[in-house]
Design a protein around this ligand. Structure first.
Ligand SMILES: [Zn+2]
Length: 317
């Protein structure tokens, strides 16, 4: 237990936090005390080295508004015997080891810390996947049913998140580094003036890809099937975009009939681009519980491309 900094114990039956302590501050007998009523628990351990991940300089890839996906892949695999150096990943579901509070990018103090981290740690590529639910057409359809004030407030926050991502990308570009922005192809965020301006930058390009081409799947009423989830990507290294634009075989197929079935996602409200979110939340739960890695093929694809690009660059700064 020497390397553990903090221990959080949750009840799986109620979801409530039963205990949250800094190990060095608590005597062993308190630490090892028994539960009064037997319960199923989820124990989360924050290692002493957790902070180092957010301070390490010169990683190959870091992620904002995301749990570790590409960074996870980067850490797990080697490419031609070479390993990528994974950097930090942050979103609301994860805590800042420095403050013990979630990375809530709606808060200006958290945003400032992230700006500083990007400048200080200088990741080669920052991947941004800001929440996209508010920008879906389904969301706009249900707009009338929701309180106008609430809707506007949520939309304002969603736009702030996109604008913050752009701000981070600009820091990257100014320093001669890279970014990759992902949002659903149909998201209305693509017509935000700030996003349009970014797309018009001479060094920035966009492409679309289908998640089914990367093996992204889910279950619907019939069973397991691939999810089409057309995604638009914006980035400044053209090599990355050239390699991540895989399209659905069905679209490319000249023959009659579909090569694969797409999951019916219309009944899953969560799929308003937000599938990424809920699925990732499940994944991180999995990660935190079992230490298992998420197996999202698109992450592997992107990590591979980052590596391709990174290995061609001049020696590390
Ligand atoms: Zn498909």
């Amino acid at each position: 237990m020497q390397d553990v900094h903090r221990r959080i114990v949750r009840s799986l039956s109620t979801g409530k936090v039963i205990d949250d302590c800094i190990l060095d501050d608590v005597p062993d007998e308190v630490l090892h005390r028994r539960l009064i009523v037997p319960d199923n628990l989820r124990v989360e351990l924050i290692m002493k080295g957790a902070l180092k991940m957010f301070e390490a300089k010169g990683s190959d890839v870091a992620e904002i508004f995301s749990q570790p996906r590409v960074t996870q892949e980067a850490a797990l695999r080697s490419y031609d015997g070479v390993r990528l150096t994974p950097g930090w990943s942050l979103d609301l579901t994860r805590d800042d080891p420095l403050t013990g509070k979630p990375w809530d990018l709606a808060k200006s103090a958290v945003r400032e810390r992230v700006r500083e981290m990007v400048r200080e740690t200088a990741p080669f590529l920052v991947i941004g996947s800001p929440p996209c639910t508010m920008f879906s057409s389904l969301q706009n359809l249900s707009k009338n049913r929701r309180c106008e004030v609430e809707f506007k407030k949520a939309m304002k926050i969603a736009k702030e998140h996109v604008k913050f991502s752009l701000e981070i990308y600009k820091i990257q570009m100014k320093a001669g580094r890279y970014f990759l922005h992902e949002h659903p192809n149909s998201a209305s965020s693509w017509s935000m003036p700030e996003v349009v301006e970014m797309m018009a930058h001479e060094d920035v390009d966009v492409t679309t890809c289908d998640m089914c081409a990367y093996g992204f799947n889910t279950s619907d009423n019939i069973g397991e099937a691939l999810v089409e989830k057309r995604t638009k990507l914006m980035s400044n290294p053209p090599e990355v975009l050239k390699r991540v634009g895989l399209q659905c075989d069905n679209r490319a197929a000249q023959t009659k009939g579909e090569k694969h079935r797409h999951a019916d996602t219309t009944s899953q409200a969560v799929l308003q681009g937000g599938m990424c979110r809920s699925r990732r939340t499940e994944k991180i739960e999995e990660l935190r519980t079992h230490g298992a890695a998420p197996n999202e093929p698109e992450c592997h694809g992107i990590a591979e491309e980052v590596h391709e690009h990174a290995k061609r660059r001049s020696p590390r700064e």
